[in-house]
Design a protein around this ligand. Structure first.
Ligand code: ADP
Length: 162
């Protein structure tokens, strides 16, 4: 049975994340989505809110599980006895960062294999930080995030105009 983990901040989940998830579900028998809790990193949505949105978005897949994790991702993989870590890459800047991260994880646990999935060209400009900024100014984000996320962003920024 092929199992994989897709970790991220998902602050908030976007169509870019969902595209990677959908493609990973087509390859792996079981996918664990890990919402990383990083108390050092300021997030707009609480870990609980991010988990709740993600659970809602993947509820139609019976082989996808959403967990929250506040420690090293390699520890989650060891606990679940999963070897494959999936990361999405939008371009060379992402790759450079992700490559370093994968080297670090390999150093911590040599049995881990990081698999990079390149973004779908439709989504390569999507990033949570830019979407939050756009939403904060009342911009139209309906092509970037699912409706429940757009609604949650709207509530956060308390704007009625998008
Ligand atoms: P991080 O874990 O660095 O906080 P995110 O939560 O934003 O990053 O994203 C989680 C994973 O999804 C990362 O591997 C990131 O590169 C990938 N990702 C984010 N947006 C996209 C996108 N539009 N297309 C492909 N992969 C993406």
């Amino acid at each position: 049975m092929l199992r994989a983990v897709f970790p991220g901040s998902f602050d908030p989940p976007t169509f870019g994340h969902l595209n990677i998830i959908e493609r990973a579900v087509g390859i792996f028998d079981e996918l664990h989505i890990i919402v990383a809790v990083n108390r050092e990193k300021k997030s707009l949505f609480s870990p609980e809110e991010r988990v709740s949105m993600m659970k809602n978005l993947v509820s139609h897949w019976s082989n996808v599980r959403v967990d929250m994790w506040d420690s090293l991702i390699v520890n989650y993989l060891s606990k679940e006895q999963i070897r494959v870590l999936i990361r999405g890459v939008r371009g060379v800047a992402d790759f450079s960062y992700e490559f370093d991260l994968s080297m670090m994880n390999k150093g911590l646990n040599p049995s881990i294999e990081t698999i990079f999935m390149t973004t779908d060209p439709k989504y390569f400009v999507l990033r949570s930080s830019a979407i939050k900024e756009l939403a904060s100014f009342g911009g139209d984000i309906s092509s970037m995030v699912p409706p429940i996320v757009a609604e949650a962003l709207k509530k956060k920024y308390d704007r009625a105009s998008f």
